[in-house]
Write a protein of this length. Sequence first.
Length: 271
Amino acid sequence: MTDPLHQELLALAQEAAHKAGALLRDGRPADLAVAATKSSPIDVVTEMDIAAEKLITDLISEQRPDDGFLGEEGASVEGTSGVRWVIDPLDGTVNYLYGLPTWSVSIAAELHDETVAGVVAAPMRGETFHAVLGGGAWATGAWEGERRLACRPAAPLEQALVSTGFNYVTEVRTHQADVAQKLIPLLRDIRRGGSAAVDLCDVAAGRLDGYYERGLNPWDLAAGDLIAREAGALTGGRPGERPARDLAIAGTPGVFEPLQRLLEEFGAWHD
């Protein structure tokens, strides 16, 4: 039985993710106005991105005014309740900009620095993934009702389908391409989806055997990491570490460790 507070936080995250996803889906202008740039012209922040974060933080603050926030688009509030919301209002901005369906709204709730609830909504895929700590991982989609998620049965690494992502800084992206080139002969294949949150949920749903990426921020992976773990996947970073900016990895129990060893050998975390 899950904690009632965790369920309360989950319900609020679901409401906020649903409303932000609808705003982004239905309000996307044909000619997106760019509000700012991030690390390079390739990685843009749109007005819709900023509007979605404001919608989420306003909605949560109305119901839980003492909570803290950490958001991609600048939301940084120290709360007093012990709860902090970690928000990526639009994960997969370039996909969104180009009209590709793989983008998402990611909302996680931390209680005393531990993630206890997470929601990833992918409106253009018609799917929403969610989990609470100790309660399993679940999804709604084209099927009827909620479906419990479970990662794929363990497969040998050479039969693993693995996803990754690439940084928007050219030098970093070039190094990531070198690592991927070394990995490809050792795997079934590599995919590049464009949304870290969705990739983690696809590991949870058994659509991928593994996922890794360098350069992620807390809001990129907080919700998806919990969902993957609650579906039976293993997650981590460099050996003995949690997922972090240096490296984040998720995989089935049979894939995680050999993939982690190879990424360490190939210096996937290295600047």
